[in-house]
Design a binder for this molecule. Structure first.
Ligand code: ARG
Ligand code: ZN
Length: 468
């Protein structure tokens, strides 16, 4: 069906090219009219206009990467399977730096051009609306991480002493493979990562077969079979000690630690298992096929909830941060923001999970934490920054985390524990492996509670002042 539509479209395109009279061409010296069949260079997130692309939906990424830490050189072949959402005479992928050697669409050579972080691909024929297609990009070079002044620090593919630390939120996956770099387009992933023998490569999901070694190099194959946002993809590699097994409920669990953090390996393994199992009792079934975590020797100043394998940057992770990153597996990874402005749906929820973990352990209650934060003076910056609209130049402001978490506690007090925890589980179940917005959450909260909650959400999420 779809292939047929495509053939028809290509035929139509051919006919229109043949039928093109000189009158259709812009007079010499004028700017040609933009081709309406060109895919847009952004997915439509007005805060990040260049991020992602229009005109297609990715279903799967197949990444083959060979990385040599000694030279910092990466050789890659990325194959993207997608479906066109419009007729496409050309389309973009996001890619920063690196040299593109060859692009093929459905196995045939395509022409391409680069401008900034946009790789524009022009296939031999027009791709019909709805048609599936594959694009294979062969590239190489020395990946450079993104360094952002807007409080994002260093992210993307970051070379380390023994390998690479790969953490790409919000838009750093384009530093190591060509893709549709926006969370609104999730896809499944296959990875084949080749490294010098003796190193370990850790990507998302589960190992697809045992690593194979030839000619002094080892290839690790991983597969993430659940939809994943590009910012959650990782290929962290280097020297690692590993511990594998299953959680008490039987979820495969893998902990990895750089030798410098060997002493964290057992606690990371044990806590990741215990916390994953606990969150499944609170938020509903674990959304993925394995859990765990990775501690690498790179002082990123943050951790990232990489799908199935949160990455901790250069510190011994404690229970609180493990509880946070694993809560993201539900809130952020299974349920992914459609627009970055709704980031409190990730960070407010994961922060609230920290407070829930403490409460679960019989330590400080969420109410005690809430009351303490509530006392912050009126001029505290948190009250000026409404967390319901994360700012593109200050995405990870602590208000998105803390006041976002407080929003959930205020909601819990308003609708009661039973409805609140049913809401968390229903939210996670109804949007499992999908994309979400704040409006969908507030609508569900009103539906389940039977209460009008506009005033509560407005005061907590949208007003630049301390709620009364
Ligand atoms: N989502 C991460 C966390 O909650 C933070 C990622 C920060 N990213 C960055 N580029 N600074 O721990
Ligand atoms: Zn977080």
């Amino acid at each position: 069906m779809r292939a047929n539509r495509r053939r028809v479209a290509m035929l139509a395109a051919l006919v229109s090219v043949l039928a093109c009279s000189p009158a259709d061409e812009p007079p010499p010296g004028t700017t040609p009219v933009a081709d309406s069949r060109a895919g847009a260079p952004g997915i439509g997130d007005t805060d990040f206009p260049q991020d992602g692309n229009g005109g297609y939906d990715v279903t799967h990424y197949d990444l083959a990467i060979d990385y040599t830490p000694a030279t910092k050189r990466l050789d890659g072949v990325t194959t993207v399977r997608a479906a066109a959402t419009q007729e496409l005479s050309s389309f973009n992928l996001d890619l920063t730096g690196l040299d593109v050697r060859e692009v093929a669409v459905d196995g045939s050579p395509a022409t391409f051009s680069r401008k900034g972080d946009e790789l524009t691909v022009r296939p031999g024929g027009v791709i019909g609306e709805g048609a599936p297609f594959t694009v294979r990009v062969t590239y190489s070079g020395m990946p450079k991480p993104a360094k952002d002044s807007a409080n994002l620090g260093t992210y993307g593919f970051i070379p380390t002493a023994d390998g690479a630390f790969v953490a790409s939120e919000p838009n750093g996956s384009k530093t190591w493979f060509p893709n549709n770099d926006h969370p609104a387009d999730k896809a499944t992933f296959d990875f084949a990562i080749t490294v010098p023998e003796g190193l370990t490569a850790l990507a998302n999901g589960e190992m697809a077969g045992q690593p194979t070694t030839a000619g002094g190099k080892t290839t690790y194959r991983w597969r993430e079979g659940h939809p994943m946002a590009t910012y959650l993809a990782t290929a962290t590699l280097g020297k690692f000690d590993l511990r594998t097994g299953t959680t008490a409920t039987g979820i495969p669990n893998l902990a990895a630690a750089d030798p410098k953090y060997k002493s964290s390996l057992d606690s990371l393994y044990t806590l990741s298992g215990e916390i994953t199992d606990h969150w499944a009792t609170v938020f509903g079934p674990y959304p993925f096929s394995s859990t765990g975590g990775v501690v690498d020797d790179y002082a990123a100043g943050y951790a990232l909830e990489n799908q199935t394998k949160p990455l901790y940057g250069g510190f011994d992770p404690d229970e609180t941060i493990i509880a946070h990153e694993l809560a993201h597996q539900w809130f952020g990874n299974s349920l992914t923001v459609k627009r970055w402005k709704d980031l409190w749906l990730n960070e407010g929820f994961a922060t609230y999970a920290e407070w829930l973990w403490s409460e679960h352990k019989g330590r400080k209650s969420a109410e005690a934490t809430f009351q303490e934060l509530r006392k912050r003076p009126e001029n505290d910056p948190m009250w000026q920054y409404p967390p319901g609209r994360a700012k593109p130049d200050d995405l990870f402001n602590s208000s998105v985390y803390t006041r976002g978490g407080m929003t959930l506690h205020a909601l819990r007090k308003e609708i009661g524990d039973d409805t609140f925890f049913a809401l968390l589980r229903t939210w996670a179940a109804e949007h499992r492996h999908g994309n979400v917005t704040t409006e969908q959450f507030t609508a569900l909260a009103e539906r389940l509670s039977g209460k009008e909650l506009d005033a509560l959400f407005d005061a907590w999420l949208h007003q630049p002042r301390r709620p009364a």
